[in-house]
Design a protein around this ligand. Sequence first.
Ligand code: PEP
Length: 252
Amino acid sequence: MRKKIVAGNWKMNLGFQEAEELIEEFMTLLEKQELKTEIILCPPFPYLEMASDYAQEELFHIGAQNISPFEAGAYTGEVSASMLSSMDITHCIIGHSERRKYFNEDDKMLTLKVNQALTHQITPIFCVGEALPEREGGKHFEVVRRQVRHGLFHLDTNEFAKVVIAYEPVWAIGTGVTASPAQAAEMHAYIRTLITERYGNEIAEATLILYGGSCNAKNAAEIFAQPGVDGGLIGGASLIAEEFLSICKQAQ
Ligand code: PEP
Protein backbone atom coordinates (compact mmCIF):
# COMPACT_ATOMS: atom_id res chain seq x y z
CA MET A 1 0.00 0.00 0.00
CA ARG A 2 1.20 3.51 -0.85
CA LYS A 3 2.03 5.81 2.07
CA LYS A 4 0.10 9.07 2.40
CA ILE A 5 1.68 12.49 2.19
CA VAL A 6 0.31 15.84 3.29
CA ALA A 7 2.32 18.88 2.21
CA GLY A 8 1.62 22.43 3.38
CA ASN A 9 2.27 25.19 0.86
CA TRP A 10 2.58 28.40 2.85
CA LYS A 11 3.00 30.45 -0.34
CA MET A 12 4.12 34.06 0.27
CA ASN A 13 2.61 34.41 3.74
CA LEU A 14 3.73 35.15 7.33
CA GLY A 15 6.52 37.21 8.89
CA PHE A 16 9.52 35.36 10.30
CA GLN A 17 8.23 35.35 13.85
CA GLU A 18 4.78 34.18 12.80
CA ALA A 19 6.37 31.41 10.75
CA GLU A 20 8.43 30.22 13.72
CA GLU A 21 5.37 30.34 15.98
CA LEU A 22 3.37 28.30 13.47
CA ILE A 23 6.05 25.62 13.33
CA GLU A 24 6.38 25.53 17.11
CA GLU A 25 2.63 25.26 17.60
CA PHE A 26 2.34 22.58 14.93
CA MET A 27 5.21 20.61 16.48
CA THR A 28 3.69 20.77 19.94
CA LEU A 29 0.42 19.40 18.57
CA LEU A 30 2.17 16.81 16.42
CA GLU A 31 4.37 15.45 19.22
CA LYS A 32 1.28 14.11 20.98
CA GLN A 33 0.28 12.08 17.92
CA GLU A 34 1.66 9.01 16.29
CA LEU A 35 0.91 9.74 12.68
CA LYS A 36 1.91 7.51 9.83
CA THR A 37 1.32 10.31 7.31
CA GLU A 38 4.47 11.83 5.85
CA ILE A 39 4.25 15.57 6.50
CA ILE A 40 6.09 18.22 4.50
CA LEU A 41 6.06 21.92 5.32
CA CYS A 42 6.92 24.30 2.47
CA PRO A 43 7.64 27.75 3.88
CA PRO A 44 9.05 30.68 1.87
CA PHE A 45 12.79 30.53 1.06
CA PRO A 46 14.00 32.85 3.86
CA TYR A 47 12.45 30.60 6.52
CA LEU A 48 13.80 27.31 5.23
CA GLU A 49 16.84 27.18 7.47
CA MET A 50 14.84 27.91 10.60
CA ALA A 51 12.22 25.34 9.55
CA SER A 52 14.82 22.75 8.69
CA ASP A 53 16.40 23.13 12.15
CA TYR A 54 13.05 22.19 13.69
CA ALA A 55 12.60 19.33 11.24
CA GLN A 56 15.69 17.55 12.54
CA GLU A 57 13.38 16.00 15.09
CA GLU A 58 12.07 13.97 12.16
CA LEU A 59 8.43 14.70 12.73
CA PHE A 60 8.19 16.32 9.34
CA HIS A 61 10.24 17.25 6.29
CA ILE A 62 10.82 20.65 4.78
CA GLY A 63 10.19 21.49 1.15
CA ALA A 64 10.82 24.58 -0.94
CA GLN A 65 8.18 26.24 -3.11
CA ASN A 66 10.48 26.83 -6.04
CA ILE A 67 13.91 25.91 -7.37
CA SER A 68 16.23 27.30 -10.01
CA PRO A 69 16.39 25.56 -13.39
CA PHE A 70 20.15 26.32 -13.37
CA GLU A 71 23.00 24.60 -11.55
CA ALA A 72 24.96 27.63 -10.25
CA GLY A 73 26.41 30.97 -11.27
CA ALA A 74 25.25 34.38 -12.48
CA TYR A 75 21.49 34.00 -11.98
CA THR A 76 20.63 36.85 -9.63
CA GLY A 77 17.83 36.06 -7.24
CA GLU A 78 17.77 32.33 -7.91
CA VAL A 79 18.06 29.53 -5.34
CA SER A 80 19.70 26.38 -6.62
CA ALA A 81 18.91 22.75 -5.94
CA SER A 82 22.36 22.22 -4.45
CA MET A 83 21.78 25.11 -2.00
CA LEU A 84 18.51 23.52 -0.94
CA SER A 85 19.94 20.06 -0.49
CA SER A 86 22.85 21.50 1.51
CA MET A 87 20.18 22.76 3.96
CA ASP A 88 18.49 19.34 4.22
CA ILE A 89 15.52 20.41 2.13
CA THR A 90 14.01 17.16 0.95
CA HIS A 91 11.17 18.24 -1.36
CA CYS A 92 10.28 21.03 -3.76
CA ILE A 93 6.97 22.09 -5.28
CA ILE A 94 7.48 22.43 -9.04
CA GLY A 95 4.98 23.63 -11.64
CA HIS A 96 2.47 25.14 -9.22
CA SER A 97 -0.24 26.90 -11.24
CA GLU A 98 0.66 30.23 -9.63
CA ARG A 99 4.20 29.91 -11.00
CA ARG A 100 2.95 28.78 -14.39
CA LYS A 101 0.60 31.78 -14.48
CA TYR A 102 2.47 34.68 -12.83
CA PHE A 103 6.05 33.69 -13.71
CA ASN A 104 5.41 32.18 -17.14
CA GLU A 105 6.95 28.85 -16.21
CA ASP A 106 6.49 26.63 -19.24
CA ASP A 107 6.96 22.92 -19.77
CA LYS A 108 10.58 23.36 -20.89
CA MET A 109 11.54 25.31 -17.78
CA LEU A 110 9.72 22.84 -15.56
CA THR A 111 11.65 19.91 -16.98
CA LEU A 112 14.89 21.74 -16.12
CA LYS A 113 13.65 22.32 -12.58
CA VAL A 114 12.63 18.68 -12.18
CA ASN A 115 16.06 17.62 -13.46
CA GLN A 116 17.85 19.93 -11.03
CA ALA A 117 15.81 18.66 -8.10
CA LEU A 118 16.47 15.02 -8.91
CA THR A 119 20.18 15.62 -9.53
CA HIS A 120 20.41 16.96 -5.98
CA GLN A 121 18.25 14.32 -4.29
CA ILE A 122 15.26 16.59 -3.84
CA THR A 123 11.84 15.06 -4.41
CA PRO A 124 9.79 17.10 -6.88
CA ILE A 125 6.12 17.59 -5.98
CA PHE A 126 5.07 18.21 -9.56
CA CYS A 127 1.77 20.08 -9.92
CA VAL A 128 -0.66 19.65 -12.78
CA GLY A 129 -4.23 20.81 -13.25
CA GLU A 130 -6.62 22.44 -15.64
CA ALA A 131 -8.15 25.93 -15.51
CA LEU A 132 -11.90 26.39 -15.30
CA PRO A 133 -12.52 27.14 -19.01
CA GLU A 134 -10.51 24.01 -19.85
CA ARG A 135 -12.69 21.89 -17.57
CA GLU A 136 -15.86 23.50 -18.84
CA GLY A 137 -14.69 22.92 -22.41
CA GLY A 138 -14.06 19.24 -21.67
CA LYS A 139 -10.32 19.69 -22.16
CA HIS A 140 -9.17 18.76 -18.64
CA PHE A 141 -7.78 15.34 -19.54
CA GLU A 142 -5.94 16.75 -22.53
CA VAL A 143 -4.39 19.57 -20.46
CA VAL A 144 -3.26 17.30 -17.65
CA ARG A 145 -1.94 14.74 -20.15
CA ARG A 146 0.21 17.42 -21.77
CA GLN A 147 1.52 18.70 -18.43
CA VAL A 148 2.41 15.23 -17.18
CA ARG A 149 4.00 14.13 -20.45
CA HIS A 150 5.93 17.31 -21.15
CA GLY A 151 7.00 17.89 -17.55
CA LEU A 152 7.94 14.38 -16.50
CA PHE A 153 8.04 11.79 -19.24
CA HIS A 154 11.58 12.65 -20.31
CA LEU A 155 12.70 10.97 -17.07
CA ASP A 156 13.94 7.42 -17.03
CA THR A 157 12.15 4.90 -14.84
CA ASN A 158 14.48 5.29 -11.85
CA GLU A 159 14.17 9.06 -11.95
CA PHE A 160 10.40 9.04 -12.42
CA ALA A 161 10.01 6.70 -9.45
CA LYS A 162 11.25 9.52 -7.19
CA VAL A 163 8.59 12.04 -8.27
CA VAL A 164 5.39 12.91 -6.41
CA ILE A 165 2.54 14.35 -8.49
CA ALA A 166 -0.10 16.79 -7.22
CA TYR A 167 -3.36 17.15 -9.14
CA GLU A 168 -4.51 20.68 -8.47
CA PRO A 169 -7.40 21.93 -10.59
CA VAL A 170 -6.66 25.64 -10.93
CA TRP A 171 -10.31 26.53 -10.31
CA ALA A 172 -10.09 24.88 -6.89
CA ILE A 173 -6.94 26.62 -5.65
CA GLY A 174 -7.71 29.23 -3.02
CA THR A 175 -11.34 29.49 -4.17
CA GLY A 176 -13.15 27.50 -1.51
CA VAL A 177 -14.43 25.20 -4.28
CA THR A 178 -12.96 21.71 -4.22
CA ALA A 179 -13.10 19.12 -6.94
CA SER A 180 -15.81 16.64 -6.07
CA PRO A 181 -14.42 13.38 -4.69
CA ALA A 182 -15.51 11.72 -7.96
CA GLN A 183 -13.70 14.34 -10.09
CA ALA A 184 -10.53 13.89 -8.04
CA ALA A 185 -10.71 10.10 -8.24
CA GLU A 186 -11.32 10.23 -11.99
CA MET A 187 -8.33 12.46 -12.70
CA HIS A 188 -6.03 10.53 -10.37
CA ALA A 189 -6.99 7.33 -12.16
CA TYR A 190 -6.35 9.00 -15.51
CA ILE A 191 -2.89 10.19 -14.46
CA ARG A 192 -2.09 6.66 -13.28
CA THR A 193 -3.15 5.32 -16.68
CA LEU A 194 -0.72 7.71 -18.37
CA ILE A 195 2.05 6.54 -16.06
CA THR A 196 1.21 2.89 -16.77
CA GLU A 197 1.46 3.51 -20.51
CA ARG A 198 4.88 5.14 -20.15
CA TYR A 199 6.51 3.31 -17.21
CA GLY A 200 4.40 0.20 -16.61
CA ASN A 201 1.96 -0.89 -13.96
CA GLU A 202 4.40 -1.38 -11.09
CA ILE A 203 5.70 2.19 -11.25
CA ALA A 204 2.19 3.59 -11.77
CA GLU A 205 0.92 1.75 -8.69
CA ALA A 206 3.83 3.05 -6.62
CA THR A 207 3.51 6.70 -7.69
CA LEU A 208 2.08 9.04 -5.09
CA ILE A 209 -0.57 11.41 -6.47
CA LEU A 210 -1.79 14.13 -4.10
CA TYR A 211 -4.91 16.25 -4.45
CA GLY A 212 -4.75 20.02 -3.95
CA GLY A 213 -7.34 22.76 -4.09
CA SER A 214 -9.31 24.20 -1.16
CA CYS A 215 -8.76 21.10 0.90
CA ASN A 216 -9.58 21.72 4.56
CA ALA A 217 -10.35 19.93 7.82
CA LYS A 218 -14.00 19.50 6.81
CA ASN A 219 -13.55 17.97 3.36
CA ALA A 220 -10.16 16.21 3.61
CA ALA A 221 -11.41 12.83 4.85
CA GLU A 222 -13.79 12.38 1.92
CA ILE A 223 -11.23 13.38 -0.69
CA PHE A 224 -8.42 11.32 0.85
CA ALA A 225 -10.72 8.28 0.98
CA GLN A 226 -11.00 8.24 -2.82
CA PRO A 227 -9.11 5.47 -4.60
CA GLY A 228 -5.86 6.77 -6.03
CA VAL A 229 -5.72 9.88 -3.81
CA ASP A 230 -2.55 9.57 -1.75
CA GLY A 231 -2.87 12.69 0.38
CA GLY A 232 -2.95 16.40 -0.25
CA LEU A 233 -1.12 19.58 -1.12
CA ILE A 234 -2.67 22.15 1.18
CA GLY A 235 -2.44 25.92 0.78
CA GLY A 236 -4.52 28.22 3.01
CA ALA A 237 -5.41 25.58 5.58
CA SER A 238 -1.73 24.80 6.21
CA LEU A 239 -1.33 28.21 7.87
CA ILE A 240 -3.47 27.15 10.85
CA ALA A 241 -1.65 24.58 13.00
CA GLU A 242 -4.72 22.80 14.36
CA GLU A 243 -6.46 22.63 11.01
CA PHE A 244 -3.35 21.39 9.24
CA LEU A 245 -2.85 18.72 11.88
CA SER A 246 -6.46 17.64 11.48
CA ILE A 247 -5.91 17.30 7.72
CA CYS A 248 -2.73 15.27 8.32
CA LYS A 249 -4.66 12.94 10.64
CA GLN A 250 -7.35 12.42 8.03
CA ALA A 251 -4.76 11.18 5.53
CA GLN A 252 -3.84 8.16 7.66
C1 PEP B 1 -2.05 25.24 -3.25
O1 PEP B 1 -1.61 26.37 -3.27
O2 PEP B 1 -1.35 24.32 -3.67
C2 PEP B 1 -3.39 25.02 -2.74
C3 PEP B 1 -3.92 23.82 -2.88
O3 PEP B 1 -4.02 26.08 -2.16
P1 PEP B 1 -5.40 26.05 -1.35
O4 PEP B 1 -5.38 24.85 -0.45
O5 PEP B 1 -5.42 27.34 -0.57
O6 PEP B 1 -6.50 25.96 -2.35
